[in-house]
Design a protein around this ligand. Sequence first.
Ligand code: NDP
Ligand code: GDR
Length: 347
Amino acid sequence: MTKKAFITGITGQDGSYLAELLLSKGYEVHGLIRRSSTFNTSRIDHLYVDPHEPGARLFLHYGDLSDGARLVSLLANLRPDEVYNLAAQSHVRVSFDEPEHTGDTTGIGSVRLLEAVRLSGIHTRFYQASSSEMFGAAPPPQSETTLFHPRSPYGAAKVYSYWITRNYREAYGMFAVNGILFNHESPRRGETFVTRKITRAAAAIKAGLQDHLYLGNLEAIRDWGYAAEYVEGMWRMLQADEPDDFVLATGQRRTVRDFLDVSFGHLDLDWRDYVRFDERYLRPSEVDALIGDASKAREKLGWEPTVGPDELARLMVDADVQALKFPERPWVDTVELESWGEVTGVR
Ligand code: NDP
Ligand code: GDR
């Protein structure tokens, strides 16, 4: 029997990799997309096959995490085996500008989806995209047992989603799990997150298209992994015998400064010649250091990342150099190049 998955946030970085992974495993994939006045599906266009074609296994449905009734009717009709809740207002800095909207989408959106599962009476496994931002000020290394101390409206909204997911597991016996993921990046990363901002700028500066790069706090420490490997961990969590919560991380610490060194160095550039400070990119309260301990996922799920932060930086710079040459395919990366025909069946 073909398994059916429902993904919110399918147009985002993780949604696109997860859709690819599930299609390669033979799933029928249904994605929630927001109506927008401009196209917002560039990260999944390469996976899309006209639904009238016999081989089509990817289907998109309009909806929004702010619209609970729509979520109920969609789930009741689709009856998926697995639900992945990846949708969120996911930018930490923006969450200080839009705290209420972030709370509504990143927090309450999760309970709307959990309620939709419950009210539609379906038996499904539920994945919640929890975040290392929930740890906030708690000192590293952080694991599943570290107490939360969020430092932003985004982090606080994710803590609510974490606990409401656990509550539905405990209260209703739902197979509902939290993946507590540390930062993961890729050539498909949104352009305003610091890694992608850096790798795009390095490529553009090298090509003579940009003079400067404006950044905020260069001392922040993060644990950066490769998104394509993290979606495999999400899937494994839903294949486990028992529902449980897991940290996914590389365990490697790098500062923003380190990421600049590797990215610009890869193109024989010295970032100090180009980077300027802009206080606009500081946060009212910062998360200084996130370094994850993913031993539980390694032991219980057999999940282990192979791409560390330096290789990741080089991979992203290479992809951004390529993207300048082929602007019509900005999402291109190595996973894509190796598995393109096999995954999509369209080439
Ligand atoms: P992105 O910002 O790339 O994608 C977010 C997705 O959510 C997009 O598809 C977006 O749609 C969708 N979305 C936003 N608001 C709504 C809404 N109200 N209703 C329906 N859909 C909505 O995030 P990532 O792919 O990087 O992350 C995926 C999830 O994992 C997020 O929940 C994020 O908070 C979380 N996370 C991410 C980490 C990371 O390092 N990447 C680490 C830990 C957790 P649209 O394209 O239309 O904007
Ligand atoms: P983060 O990622 O806040 O960790 O959240 P981001 O890349 O935005 O920031 C990382 C660190 O870099 C510093 N920084 C800058 N950040 C941005 N965006 N722009 C800048 O110009 C800049 N200069 C310095 C930040 O202050 C911060 O310390 C990401 C998101 O994907 C969340 O959704 C996810 O939950 C967490 O990772 C884990």
